[in-house]
Design a protein around this ligand. Structure first.
Ligand code: SF4
Ligand code: SF4
Length: 346
């Protein structure tokens, strides 16, 4: 696989060349709520390597999305008929995504693209994207990605991997999609001898800097009923406020709700992110709620990520170790501690 050298002095110019072909999506610059969005002409992705507070999940699964519209206009021959909106299939270059966030979006896709159900919105958005990752040279103290089948230099879900090396990036082109993006940007200077070894040493240093190491082996050996009925849950979940911050920040959480809204004489069928942490999420029309208490809802979140998901999909846990839920939880709940408790010897 080719390794290119991209001088930072020519980086923005290269991105500008790609705008003719791709919508540019990336982490927003300092001063804004850090997240990913489409960047207008003259805007460039923040390349400082910091983790965005909101994950890039919204690139394929927006927080709020119109799926269908309906006219209520008198005399309209299509009055009262819901119709799908046109799906956005423009090619998008998602730049500076962290490798484990890219992995997370593949986990999200699993839920929306199955043999039984295929969500056209998520599948189309995912397929339209070229993923230009930025390796994490300096992982944070709450990063435990290497325990989750990914890591700061994981290339498995990327088309190009960028590595910051001072005044330039080393860019490993991983797929045909990545090669097309690099050609479009005019990035074609091959890195010299020694680039491979340099990437390997940076990868090793980044992975060594991650000090959290988790195990999930016993969780998979325990039964659902044993884990569900374990005595620790009241204690483990005691501080949780059910605020939902962890679920909205998480790159792998995919709960949503569908609601109809009417504005003027047009109806909109919206899909909005929801959270298993809220009591309304599972309240039935009858008033019965199978997850009535805060403990039940918090337990659900950890059981889903660490037990139900691995059992259903056989693709590891539903967590990429980004640490956002640890950094942002107002109650100090740490998934690493909960995991260790769940994984403890019976
Ligand atoms: S675990 Fe923390 S962030 Fe998540 S809902 Fe509870 S209090 Fe909020
Ligand atoms: S560390 Fe927390 S926020 Fe990050 S993927 Fe895992 S559960 Fe989600």
């Amino acid at each position: 696989m080719t390794i290119l050298r991209i001088d930072k002095s020519g980086w923005n110019q290269g991105l500008d060349r790609t705008r003719r072909t791709y919508a540019l999506v990336g982490p927003t610059a300092e001063g804004e709520v850090p997240g990913f969005r489409e960047l207008k002409d003259g805007e460039y992705p923040a390349m400082d390597g910091r983790q965005t507070r909101l994950s890039p999940k919204g690139v394929v699964f927006p927080a709020s999305q119109v799926m269908m519209t309906c006219s209520f206009k008198e005399g309209d021959p299509k009055k009262d008929m819901y119709e799908s909106v046109e799906i956005d299939t423009r090619p998008r270059a998602v730049v500076a995504i962290r490798p484990n966030d890219a992995k997370a979006l593949q986990l999200v896709r699993l839920n929306f693209d199955t043999d039984e159900f295929r969500d056209p919105y998520v599948v189309a958005a995912y397929g339209a994207c070229t993923w230009i990752g930025l390796a994490v040279n300096a992982p944070s103290a709450t990063d435990f990605s290497t325990s989750c089948g990914t890591g700061p230099f994981d290339e498995s879900c990327l088309d190009v991997m960028l590595v910051d090396d001072g005044d330039h990036y080393l860019a490993r082109v991983l797929t045909d999609k990545g090669a097309a993006w690099a050609a479009c940007a005019g990035f074609e200077t091959e890195a010299g001898d020694g680039a491979e070894a340099l990437l390997a040493s940076k990868k090793e240093a980044a992975e060594k800097a991650i000090t959290s190491s988790l195990s999930f082996d016993r969780i998979q050996d325990k039964t659902v009923l044993d884990l569900h009925g374990a005595a620790h849950w009241d204690q483990t979940t005691f501080a949780c406020l059910n605020c939902g911050t962890c679920t909205y920040a998480c790159p792998t959480c995919w709960c949503f709700d569908i609601q109809d809204e009417v504005h003027g004489d047009t109806g909109y069928r919206m899909r909005n992110w929801d959270s298993c942490m809220t009591s309304l999420f599972t309240r039935h029309g009858s008033g019965h709620n199978p997850r009535e208490t805060p403990m039940q809802r918090t337990r659900q979140r950890f059981m889903h990520k660490l037990k139900y998901f691995p059992e259903k999909y056989g693709q590891g846990i539903m967590c990429v170790g980004c640490g956002r839920c640890i950094d942002q939880c107002p109650a100090g709940i740490d998934i690493r501690e909960v995991c260790a408790t769940m994984n403890a010897k019976a």
